[in-house]
Design a protein around this ligand. Sequence first.
Ligand code: SF4
Length: 261
Amino acid sequence: MASPDGELDDRIDYAIFADTQEEPEPVYDHLRWLQSLGGPPILVDTAGRLGDDLIGGTNSMGQRFASIPAFTSATPGQTGGMLRRQCTAEYKINVVERVIRRQVVGLKYRQRMPKGVKVVQYFGLSHDEPRRVSKVRNRFVGHPWAEGRFPLFDLEITHSDCAAYLKGKAIPHEVPRSACVFCPYRSNAEWRHLRDTDPAGWARAVEVDEALRRPGTVANRNLEQSIYLHRSCLPLAQADLGGRDVTGGVAHSECEGMCGL
Ligand code: SF4
């Protein structure tokens, strides 16, 4: 899988980007830059615009909305609960699998994977993310045609090793973190970064945050508590983003759909 100097020697046929259509603009700029390099084709697919589906009350299948891991509270400013995270499966994992089945292998809708086909997926999870590696590994149990590999984890390459590696490359911009602009898995430092560097992304996050509490929004149906993107359970536009980072600054530690890389 890797040569002694750590370079992958397996041939990569495709890269896949499951687009929630809610990434910050620098992620799309980075995607375009990657596509301009002339490497393996980058296949982009989407299950819809996640924020619109949240507000409109549908998921990618036109059914009841797929929830994001937002915070809930009966009283503003008091910690309550958290919604189930369904977005990763619907808008990332299922999209990647659909691309593999339809575009990479060429199967028709519901067609079974032919015997003898083997698809190897590489995940860029670093050595500091053993829980996410373990969760992703479990997804491959019972799928004999698929295999997951974790080159960074196996080579004991950490997140800071990756940052140092990227700094040494001639990349004409800072490599951005991929995650929906309104993802609640965000530290205060990350919220501040979004607010201070990406006005459009911040405006979208505030818009979705407010919409989730609007009376009549399907996300609120049968819910006695209100929904908030910020863990303080205050409206995002009013939340104190200078507060202590209770996440320890590590966002997306639970999102094995590769959100947040
Ligand atoms: S980045 Fe956050 S909101 Fe977006 S799909 Fe992942 S967990 Fe859901």
